[in-house]
Unconditional design. Sequence first.
Length: 185
Amino acid sequence: MTVRILGLVGSLRAGSHNRQLAEAAVKHAPEGVDITLYEGLAEIPFYNEDLDVEGAAPEAAGRLRTAAAAADALLLFSPEYNGTIPAVLKNAIDWLSRPREVAVIAGKPVAVVGTAYGQYGGVWAQDEARKAAGIAGASVLTDVKLSIPGSVIRFAETHPADDAEVVEGLIKVIQELAQAGAAAV
């Protein structure tokens, strides 16, 4: 059985270190784990119940919901913007949490990782992402963490996929998330 993990990257910048971290997760996913990075978070409008009408929700939001529903687990990559979660990632969680009765995030295993320039690696934002996903109904793996500080310096000349310590940490996170995803199926 292959465990399908959907990765959501909270930075829209093509060269972001969190995008690179997500690429490293895809590259180093253990056998039996398929990680797909969701493309298109920028096209999803901010959540608005007036737009979220059955049969008429925005197409971009529908694509996200479909991709998340098909996944066994979600892996969120969160940078830290002004000490908190990026709006694009929070918006994705909001769309995945509605309508409550059929929310695709409900019960779905979720882990949060990330990197940031600061000395704590974005832990505030990652904690906020865990909190939002948990309130939205996800089964958040609260003890599964990877926060990488000093991203601008650490990844100035080395891609996260080539950093042995980062790869080791990512593989541990992916294995635990895959185990939770397999159990949830």
